[in-house]
Write a protein that binds this ligand. Structure first.
Ligand code: HIF
Length: 265
């Protein structure tokens, strides 16, 4: 069977991003979340989890509450998988995330094919490895250090919350982080470090909003303001989009590659 035509697959992914019936008119953000959640189960000590094998297709990962809503992202990509059957699901999902970032105005994300088509049931990671939005900086560090990221990479990655929105029927939280949720930028850091965030007055989970209750931050986002090291880096990214783009591209490319077998040269 012919090997996948990755350039054509990227074109096909870009072609399905605009979707007037979905959220803010683009499925780009939810494809980015699929790629991140498929990769974010990685544990560097046990070398388990990560994007290899696209294990979110199977239980228990498929029914992990943290992945609520990602069935839409997986369904959006099915027609592309059918058109290009030789690409692995894992490579398709991570390529879709990288392509969506670039198509929404973000930096080019380093991406390599090579994920296995499937793995055995024992390789499906346990639920509970993805971060809990209700927690703060200690939890965020625990989760991302476990994957092998440092403080600078953590802050760079969280900049992807420039994109998309929370859904009350998925995570329980509500609303977008920025005023342009389908454009990648450093607006997340500009808003995070300047808006007077206040607790949202509602009966949903604790979250923070601007005075006009138009944009929001999760408790895990506000952690970047409470932690001196995270705050310093957030201010740097708010002031310098190019530095943020360079650091984000490297960190997101590293995230998508977690768990993919690479022969160490
Ligand atoms: Fe998110 N994230 N994320 N996230 N995320 C949500 C949505 C998106 C966390 C929690 C949430 C990252 C890290 C963290 C995106 C991309 C990334 C939602 C809302 C929650 C609760 C889900 C819903 O209701 O639909 C936490 C606690 C994280 C650790 C700090 C990454 C860095 C920012 C790693 C990342 O790339 C994207 C994109 C969305 C929007 C999805 C959408 O459907 O629009």
């Amino acid at each position: 069977m012919a090997s996948p035509d990755y350039q054509q697959i990227k074109k096909d992914i870009v072609a399905i991003l605009p979707n007037k019936d979905y959220d803010d008119g683009s499925i780009g953000p939810v494809l980015v979340r699929l790629a991140w959640h498929a990769s974010g189960t990685y544990d560097r000590k046990s070398k388990t989890g990560g994007s290899n094998g696209a294990t979110m297709r199977f239980k228990p990962e498929a029914s992990d509450g943290a992945n609520a809503g990602l069935e839409h992202a997986r369904a959006f990509l099915e027609p592309i998988k059918k058109k290009h059957p030789t690409i692995s699901y894992a490579d398709l999902w991570t390529l879709a995330g990288a392509t969506a970032i670039e198509a929404m105005g973000g930096p080019a994300i380093p991406w390599k094919s090579g994920s296995e088509k499937t793995v055995s049931a024992k390789d499906i990671p346990p639920n509970g490895r993805l971060p809990d939005a209700a927690q703060g900086q200690d939890h965020v560090r625990d989760v991302f250090y476990r994957m092998g990221f440092n403080d600078r990479e953590i802050v760079a990655l969280i900049g992807a919350h420039a994109l998309g929105r929370c859904h009350t029927d998925r995570s329980g939280f509500d609303g977008p982080w920025t005023y342009s949720p389908t454009r990648f930028s450093n607006q997340y850091f500009k808003l995070l470090t300047t808006v007077k965030w206040q607790k949202k007055k509602w009966d949903g989970p604790e979250q923070f909003v601007d005075p006009d209750d138009e944009i929001m931050m999760l408790p895990a986002d506000i952690a970047l303001l409470k932690d001196p090291e995270f705050l310093k880096i957030s201010k740097e990214y708010a002031a310098d989009k190019d530095v943020f783009y360079k650091d984000f591209a490297a960190a997101f490319g590293k995230l998508l590659d977690l768990g993919v077998p690479r022969t160490k040269l």
